[in-house]
Design a protein around this ligand. Structure first.
Ligand code: AMP
Ligand code: MG
Length: 397
């Protein structure tokens, strides 16, 4: 059976970044930059004071206390045109520009005002003390944010800091989601024996949004080819299509057949992984299509391991999840050659991470996804593991 690593390569191979658009920066939160952002000027623009205090020449503070005449006040928002001469001080506010001739600022706390014209400096300072130098945060011409960076709060601040009104971002990938199964009913419908409430529309839509996409739920199709085709056609204009359920070996698993009549070229069907073995991936034209297993846990895990990386690649982002190494608190039984993806809760003690399974790991136990901080990845060749063994955990929370 196809190994997980090979399957992921196949999924990512054909994917190209999608179109970009301009947005005003107030709308850029959680979008992904499609350009390198370059600073047009130094930040800070001019040398300025980090404290409220007195601008001095530190050579004048060889012995303290020292009294100096206060020859002016430098306020924020103004430029200074007078030079500070030897044996003079100027009152200066946090953020106000440093006058020429000054090489340090003595905080107010380390001074005494003798009169409004004379200050007593109580402590020495080193040259450069409490001065924020021009360009110490960012230099003119520097790339401050790289293409493929997700825009969070600090990135928004940086865009504003370099004077950007708009930013070029990737369009959000549209991900169509169709759930299948004669047994599946919507949230308003009455539960009867044999029926199962639709979980996957909701959990998959949640995952699409979490990873920066726009979910397009196509509803519930039964297991008849005609119904499947009708609903699948509605997803053909999206960037990614997911069909949940109907790709196993069951007698009513017609999803692959229906896809084929829409021109689907399947690249793989089964992957040596757990959960998520029956998974189909291919293209209709250039549209990547996933047939994910219907079991709610398998569907979420196979989304995280295949659809998420593809979505990342569409917007120029790194496809790997961040990983840590953790010590197991729960033993793991493994007797096959598949790659296992186990849901774990993490805790941190004495500089170490520990991973505990989130209860039973069956592919129908949705509870195992609740409180999950990460996915422990157990390689194909690993056997059962004991408490205290090390595992790699992908962070998904
Ligand atoms: P399938 O992949 O179609 O063979 O479905 C596998 C299992 O997942 C069956 O027990 C289905 O009832 C269940 N299942 C399929 N789709 C959903 C869904 N959207 N919500 C909840 N359970 C589902
Ligand atoms: Mg089914």
């Amino acid at each position: 059976m196809l190994k997980f690593g090979k399957a992921l390569k196949i999924v990512l191979r054909a994917a190209k970044p999608i179109e970009t658009e301009w947005v005003v920066i107030s709308r850029a939160h959680r979008r992904v930059l499609a350009e390198d952002v370059i600073a047009g000027n130094n930040i800070p623009y001019t040398d300025n004071s980090a404290m409220d205090g007195y601008a001095v020449n530190t050579d004048d503070l060889k012995s303290v206390p020292r009294e100096l005449p206060v020859v002016g006040v430098v306020a924020c928002g103004k430029s200074v045109n007078r030079r500070l001469r030897r044996c003079e001080a100027m009152a200066i506010m946090t953020g106000a520009p440093i006058p020429a001739g000054c090489d340090g600022v003595v905080p107010v706390e380390d001074t005494e005002a003798i009169t409004s014209e004379i200050v007593r400096i109580l402590r020495k300072i080193k040259p450069g003390k409490n001065v924020r130098y021009s360009g110490e945060d960012v230099k003119k011409g520097q790339v401050v944010l790289k293409r493929g960076t997700p825009v969070g709060a600090a990135e928004l601040g940086m865009l504003a800091s370099v004077g950007r009104k708009r930013a070029r971002v990737f369009r959000k990938p549209a991900v169509a989601i169709l759930v299948t199964g004669n047994e599946i009913i919507g949230p308003g419908e009455r539960l009867r024996p044999g029926k199962v409430r639709d979980i996957n529309t909701y959990s998959l839509c949640g995952l699409v949004e979490k990873f920066g996409g726009v979910p397009l739920p196509l509803g519930i199709a039964g297991d008849e080819k005609i119904k499947l085709l009708k609903k699948m056609r509605k997803g053909l204009n999206s960037d990614v299509m997911i069909i949940s359920g109907g790709v196993s070996m069951g007698r009513f698993d017609f999803v692959r057949e229906a896809l084929t009549s829409l021109g689907y070229r399947e690249r793989f069907w089964k992957v040596a992984m757990k959960p998520g073995m029956p998974i189909s991936f291919g293209h209709i034209g250039r549209l990547p299509v996933f047939g994910l297993p219907g079991n709610p846990v398998s569907s979420m895990v196979s989304f995280l391991e295949f659809v998420r990386p593809l979505m990342m690649k569409l917007v120029g982002r790194a496809t790997d999840l961040p990983e840590i190494s953790a010590f197991l608190r729960t033993p793991i039984v493994k007797r096959d050659n598949r790659r296992h993806f186990l849901r774990v809760k993490l805790d941190y003690r004495n500089n170490k991470y520990f991973a505990s399974l989130t209860g039973p790991q069956g592919s129908g136990i949705l509870k195992s996804m609740i409180e999950c901080d990460g996915i422990a990845v157990i390689p194909e060749n690993a056997k059962s593991l004991k408490v205290g063994n090390r595992v790699t955990v992908q962070l998904v929370a």
